[in-house]
Ligand binder design. Structure first.
Ligand code: ASP
Length: 310
């Protein structure tokens, strides 16, 4: 019997060491626990998986230590351009936004696209206009600004001026996400990110792309990814996991391992959180650490950052 409900969240992954954490370890863990609590409250009350993942991701977007919403990284021009997606596994309706600049919680804008538009993905100015029409909370760009993220951009520019690699991507991972299975047995997934420090040319990663960084399908699995977005797009990680579970009969952990191996074959690394119809919340990652937490109706909550040490 699957647990009555289950939830798993992530706050990104990468070359994490105690020295490179975005803030005190206790604060990172508390942020993950707060996101878990927000989603759990909805699932405990019989709410939907979609509402649970949006609530959990909204908490991480508002948290300055994670690269989504407030605390997002800066583009090369010193702007915050935010991407988010949400998918409902029951209906396979999906909503996503890319390059939005004024909505406090991009995941809530993604849900508005899902619920109140005939489209799946809105981008940039048009998505900002849609947010206004939907009456979602708008903020000045300064709301998103966190000094450490600005310094990261400055450091990257200084490195570029010295002729060093502009995209030492391992240091710049960060994205948040959640996957839930509700008491009705429905799956949902949501992902939100500021993308990569110093991104240019309207670059969009895997996070808002349904079937890449985000997927939910009651027939197979709910998935939210973090990592080298270009490799996750090329590997079609969300869709690949769904197909491996639904058509090839793999378990979600087996499918995640296979998908990460494919990402590695393309030169990428990262992490995946997932829940299948057995309701077991899982994660897999090929980086030294991943901010992550999970809960079910019957198990103790678990919050972890490091590889083997939890
Ligand atoms: N996958 C995200 C992107 O490519 C970044 C990350 O997860 O760190 O935008």
């Amino acid at each position: 019997m699957p647990p009555e409900w289950s939830l798993v969240v992530h706050g990104g992954c990468g070359q994490l060491t105690p020295e490179t954490l975005p803030g005190p370890e206790g604060e990172c863990r508390a942020g993950l626990a707060a996101a878990l609590a927000a989603g759990k409250a909805i699932l405990n009350a019989g709410g939907s998986a979609v509402d649970a993942v949006v609530a959990a991701v909204s908490v991480l977007e508002d948290h300055p230590l994670f690269n989504a919403g407030r605390g997002a990284v800066f583009t090369a021009e010193g702007r915050t351009e935010l991407d988010a997606a949400v998918m409902d596994g029951a209906t396979r309706l999906a909503g996503a936004v890319a390059g939005v600049t004024r909505t406090r919680n991009p995941v809530q804008l993604a849900r508005a696209v899902l619920q109140n538009s005939p489209h799946v993905l809105l981008a940039r100015d048009g998505a900002d206009v849609f947010a206004l029409e939907q009456g979602l909370e708008q903020v000045e760009p300064g709301w998103f600004r966190v000094e450490a993220r600005w310094q990261a951009l400055e450091a990257m520019k200084a490195a570029a001026a010295r002729g060093e690699d502009l995209f030492d991507a391992d240091l710049k991972y960060g994205t948040v996400g959640a996957v839930a299975r509700d008491a009705q047995g429905h799956l949902a997934a949501a992902t939100s990110t500021g993308g990569l420090t110093g991104k240019r040319w309207g670059r969009i990663g895997d996070s808002p792309l349904i079937g890449a960084g985000t997927l939910a399908d009651d027939r197979s699995v709910g998935v939210s990814c973090t990592g080298s977005g270009e490799a996750f797009i090329r590997a079609g990680v969300g869709h690949e996991m769904g197909a491996l579970v639904r058509l090839a009969g793999l378990s979600p952990p087996e499918a995640a391992a296979r998908a990460l191996a494919d990402v590695a074959a393309l030169g990428g690394s990262g992490g995946i959180i997932f829940i299948g119809q057995d309701g077991v919340p899982g994660w897999a990652f090929s980086t030294p650490g991943m901010f992550r937490a999970r809960a079910t109706a019957c198990d103790e909550d678990e919050v972890a950052i490091w590889g083997s040490r939890g």
